[in-house]
Write a protein that binds this ligand. Structure first.
Ligand code: EQ3
Length: 318
């Protein structure tokens, strides 16, 4: 059998992913702009009752100092308009700069605005704000999902802001955050999997060594992030990982390896992944579905956010 990226996407097809994430993100997108901003405020505040993101570090925030100074000098009305412009993908200078921030820079930008909203430096939620029934419905939906899914919804909404989000796929991020690692890479063994390429991939990712991780891919190989289409080719994968892979801690625990046709092998590994924003407080349940070519290179890997912890045990082929 000759594999294509399209056919490779179906390996280990019984994997149950967290469908509630795209469903909730779609509900959010239906809200009007003020309701979207209000939803984010309440969802973030609600999350903050149990976990709060770590401060992104001075060096990272300094990368956006110019824009932050501009914002601090604005009136509350202007700040509110700025937030509306970002959420509605309006074409304004700040909204354009934002579109070129890396994912973590976008999150860091809103983290800072959130802090300033609490302090009253940036326009807070209006006193006496009455939540609409639509906002209530999305909040209820988000309360039903687990924290790793909640933070994924929040992250998706922030990523889609700014002018013009479609540019985000084609560009090299101009502001990229770095998260210095505070501890040694975690030691791991994957029960059931000894394939060197898979082990080297995890090791490289746990050291932010994206060049080493990408060298494991075939030239025409692809990486499929959760809820996204495959990213094809080494150059595009490197740009993606430099932006989104920083500071992740991957803790794979078990897996299964099988030889299939023509010397190809497939491997499904499950475990948890921690983001530098929430550290060990949120362990995201993840599956990696690898298809290796006969040379042992990664032809395809899908990263899935799993529907439930129970899915960590699902290593069946079909
Ligand atoms: C100020 C406030 C509250 C109100 C205002 O009205 C609007 C907004 C937006 C506000 C602020 C909101 C804020 C500050 C939200 C912050 C949210 C954060 C920090 C969310 C972080 C989420 C991080 C996630 C979900 C990371 C997931 C990463 C994964 C699953 C990575 C997986 C990968 C693996 C395992 C690989 O092997 C390869 C690569 C890949 C990256 C895909």
């Amino acid at each position: 059998m000759n594999y294509t990226i399209e056919s490779a996407r179906n390996i280990f097809s019984s994997t149950q992913v967290a469908d509630a994430v795209p469903a909730t993100t779609a509900m959010f997108a239906e809200l009007n702009i003020d309701d979207q901003l209000a939803f984010l405020w309440y969802a973030y505040a609600e999350l903050g009752r149990t976990i709060t993101p770590a401060a992104p570090g001075k060096a990272n925030l300094q990368l956006m100092e110019g824009i932050f100074n501009e914002i601090k000098q604005m009136s509350h009305e202007e700040q509110t308009q700025l937030m509306r412009d970002l959420a509605s993908n309006a074409d304004t200078p700040i909204s354009r700069s934002y579109a070129y921030f890396g994912v973590n820079a976008k999150l860091g930008f809103w983290w800072q605005l959130g802090e300033w909203m609490k302090e009253g430096i940036v326009a807070p939620m209006p006193v006496g704000y009455q939540m609409s029934t639509q906002v209530k419905a999305v909040l209820e939906a988000v309360q039903k999902i687990d924290q790793s899914q909640q933070i994924t919804v929040l992250r998706n909404t922030v990523v889609n802001m700014g002018f013009d989000p479609s540019l985000a796929d084609k560009k090299q991020a101009q502001i990229n955050f770095k998260f210095p690692r505070t501890s040694l890479s975690p030691q791991f063994t994957i029960e059931g999997v000894t394939e060197p390429t898979v082990l080297k991939y995890i090791e490289a990712m746990n050291a932010d060594n994206f060049e080493a991780a990408v060298a494991l891919f075939a030239n025409n190989g692809a990486l499929q992030p959760p809820f996204q289409k495959p990213i094809v080719g080494r150059e595009a994968i490197t740009a993606y990982l430099r932006d989104e892979g920083q500071g992740l801690v991957m803790k794979p625990t078990k897996g299964v390896s099988e030889t299939i046709e023509d010397g190809y092998t497939q491997h499904k590994i499950t475990g948890t992944v921690e983001t530098p924003w929430f550290g060990g407080n949120v362990g995201m349940n993840i599956a990696w579905r690898f298809l290796l070519n006969p040379q042992g290179q990664i032809y395809f890997v899908a990263i899935d956010l799993l529907a439930s912890p129970k899915e960590l045990l699902n290593l069946t082929r079909k």
